[in-house]
Design a protein around this ligand. Structure first.
Ligand SMILES: [Ca+2]
Length: 136
């Protein structure tokens, strides 16, 4: 029984990826272009689950060693014309882990916005997509 409890606790801790969310500005309050709640699984196409494909921000974050760097901040991982820092509330790329970001998050750095129009018209993502349908 104790092993089961420990296993389940470990599963919950891992599934929430708290260390990743602590490593980006507004990691617990990322704008959600698909709804009114925050985008919890920041590096994934589903706002609530990290079980499907990673979005472009996740790949860039991993390439940066899971650290908020100036390059990661200045990059526009999702190609929507706004830098990751601008979307996450660190437009001047001065945020450090544990500090209060300059602004609230006004975009999702791995989701091209506005969804389906402008620079994102050719991106296959739609809110609520599943699996490969999210990638494009
Ligand atoms: Ca975006």
């Amino acid at each position: 029984m104790i092993k089961l409890v420990l296993y389940l606790f470990g599963l919950i801790v891992v599934s929430a990826r708290p260390s990743y969310r602590d490593a980006i500005p507004n990691g617990y309050a990322v704008f959600n272009p698909c709804g009114t709640s925050y985008w919890e699984a920041v590096g994934h196409y589903n706002p609530d689950h990290h079980t499907i494909e990673k979005n472009p921000f996740a790949l860039a974050f991993a390439a940066a060693g899971h650290v908020w760097t100036a390059d990661l901040c200045n990059a526009d991982s999702d190609g929507d014309g706004r830098s990751n820092g601008a979307e996450l509330g660190d437009p001047n790329c001065v945020w450090t882990a544990g500090a209060t970001p300059e602004r609230s998050s006004t975009g999702q750095p791995g989701i091209c916005e506005p969804i389906g129009s402008g620079p994102c018209a050719s991106v296959a993502f739609t809110c609520g997509c599943q699996g490969q349908a999210c990638v494009g």
